[in-house]
Write a protein that binds this ligand. Structure first.
Ligand SMILES: *[C@@H]1O[C@H](CO)[C@@H](O)[C@H](O)[C@H]1NC(C)=O
Ligand SMILES: *[C@@H]1O[C@H](CO)[C@@H](O)[C@H](O)[C@H]1NC(C)=O
Ligand SMILES: *[C@@H]1O[C@H](CO)[C@@H](O)[C@H](O)[C@H]1NC(C)=O
Ligand SMILES: *[C@@H]1O[C@H](CO)[C@@H](O)[C@H](O)[C@H]1NC(C)=O
Length: 490
């Protein structure tokens, strides 16, 4: 090599290195900033698209610093507590039911601290500021994104949350057993604990799960974004053009009923009308999640929902497909699922005779196309209208507000708690999908209107008839099913 050549290649080498480094750097940061500024975020279109040109430096974006500012949008007291005349969706009425165990006694500090055994963190809000005491890191991003969600709620409705004190459990199953506290002879009121789900024998207070702000570990995008994508994908594939089978894809290692479900898969010997797939998250993460895009999973006319260890976050994605949801008899409920009705939003499937139940549903559906499409549309509409992000925030607002009304003491800052806010949470956070999702879901402006108006508690007769109606619809399907199988017994 001649000296000029050596010089040229050296220069070229460093040039490539430099460009490479720059591109690498940009790739990490720019999409994050571009995303969060040019997209429609949380129903607010940002007018600051110019800011996409800001240099790729974190936390230059919203005048945030590494300490919680004296007056951030989270702590600002709004001049008036705005209200809205719009009434919240019906499922908000369950907030009254979930808090009813403490209606007479109120909630004392002792009742909260008795739930400490399984809680992941304690959250205290005093004078519009949030304080956190961590007891144990939760699985994956659960606690982080839930706390992030609460901070965004405070940005959406600044100064409107009352002082409160709560313990939160980020594990799957509920833990506060009602049999220990709800006997006529019991003298101790139950501990008060927030969880993701509960069932008829537990008293956990249900709160929206982390996935509304995304599930980074398995590449599930924040709810608002995903819902838009699903709408678009749904319109590309009409119900009649979808595969006339029941589809399910999931992790079969969580719970025995999922193992039973897999037995209904199609094989050389049998066809129950089900097409069932194992979701291997490990392999998927290596392949860049190409085969697990939820928006592209609405390809079948029927979609099975089945619980794992407890409730499953997949339910909202399944219900939003425009397909008929075949809902295997659930044990658990989360904050919204008590609002959906059999034969109106889904088709009930027996848990102890799943294969025949699915076969009947698919056969019925393929001969009652109009009706089935109506139910599929009703469930998508329910999700898009009643479960839009604004209502998730409103649900959190009302639940926390009603809960705080029951507190019998004035919350104070616990000695081991730290103050936290959006800036201290997101700025020092390592780059990655979790941070990207936080940026994407950041609430940029306080809401122009207040939260929807809380509906009143159920009165006993209407509560009774609601449960009765649900029971009747499920019975009706069982009767059709039994009749069918008595005629088709082999
Ligand atoms: C940053 O915040 C301070 C105090 O809240 C304010 O005076 C200043 O104008 C803000 N700067 C920008 C660029 O928004
Ligand atoms: C708004 O509501 C909160 C919680 O009820 C209360 O602490 C605060 O004083 C209210 N602010 C105004 C301006 O009414
Ligand atoms: C309370 O009643 C339940 C049955 O109603 C009984 O199993 C339990 O032992 C009783 N507890 C006490 C403390 O008496
Ligand atoms: C179900 O059957 C299909 C088609 O034969 C197959 O591709 C799939 O892997 C099966 N699912 C499971 C969980 O075995």
């Amino acid at each position: 090599m001649t000296p000029t050549r050596i010089i040229t290649s050296t220069v070229l080498f460093f040039f490539i290195l430099f460009v490479g480094f720059y591109v690498y750097y940009l790739q990490i940061d720019v999409p994050m900033i571009t995303n969060s500024f040019s997209k429609k975020v949380e129903g607010v279109t940002s007018k600051d698209t110019k800011r996409t040109e800001t240099p790729p430096v974190n936390c230059l974006f919203a005048n945030l610093t590494l300490t919680c500012p004296l007056s951030s949008s989270e702590t600002q007291i709004s001049s008036a507590n705005k209200s809205s005349t719009e009434v919240c969706p019906e499922y908000f009425r369950w907030i009254h039911e979930d808090l009813s165990p403490w209606r007479k006694t109120g909630i004392s500090n002792d009742m909260i601290m008795r739930a400490r055994r399984t809680a992941n963190f304690r959250l205290v809000i005093v004078d519009g500021k949030a304080y956190l005491e961590t007891y144990g890191k939760a699985f994956q991003s659960r606690d982080t994104l839930n706390l992030w969600g609460i901070l965004q709620l405070m940005r959406r409705y600044p100064g409107m949350l009352p002082d409160l004190d709560l313990l939160f459990d980020c594990n799957d199953p509920p833990v506060i057993e009602s049999s220990l506290y709800m006997q006529p002879n019991s003298t101790v009121p139950p501990p008060a604990l927030f969880s993701y789900c509960s069932d008829d024998s537990h008293l956990d207070i249900v709160f929206p799960d982390w996935s509304f702000w995304g599930w980074p570990e398995i590449n599930i995008k924040p709810w608002t974004t995903l819902l838009e994508e699903m709408k678009e994908e749904n319109s590309k594939r009409k119900w009649t053009e979808r595969e006339p089978y029941a589809y399910w894809k999931g992790n079969t290692d969580v719970g025995n009923s999922r193992k039973d479900l897999i037995k209904c898969n199609v094989s050389d010997k049998q066809d129950w009308g089900a097409r069932l797939y194992e979701q291997d998250w490990g392999r998927e993460s290596q392949n860049g999640f190409q085969k697990s895009d939820l928006a592209k999973q609405c390809t079948h006319r029927y979609k099975v929902y089945i619980e794992g260890w407890a409730w499953s976050v997949s339910q909202k994605y399944i219900l939003a497909c425009d397909s008929l949801t075949l809902l295997v008899k659930p044990r658990f409920y989360d904050f919204f699922t008590r609002g959906i009705k059999p034969l109106k939003h889904y088709w009930p499937i027996k848990i102890n005779d799943m294969c025949r139940s699915i076969k009947f549903a698919v056969g019925w559906g393929n001969t009652h196309e109009q009706k089935v499409q109506e139910i599929g549309k009703a469930s998508s509409d329910f999700i898009r209208e009643n479960l839009k992000m604004e209502y998730i925030y409103d649900y959190m607002f009302h639940l926390l507000n009603e809960y705080a009304k029951l507190l019998t003491y004035k919350p104070t800052i616990p000695p081991n708690a730290i103050e936290f806010c959006s800036a201290t949470m997101v700025c020092p956070h390592p780059d990655g999908l979790e941070k990207t999702y936080m940026m994407e879901t950041m609430v940029r402006h306080p809401s122009d209107t207040g939260p929807c108006t809380m509906p009143p508690p159920f009165d006993p007769p209407s509560f009774h008839s609601l449960l009765e109606e649900k029971e009747q619809s499920i019975k009706k399907v069982e009767t059709w099913e039994n009749k069918f199988w008595s005629r088709h017994r082999k």
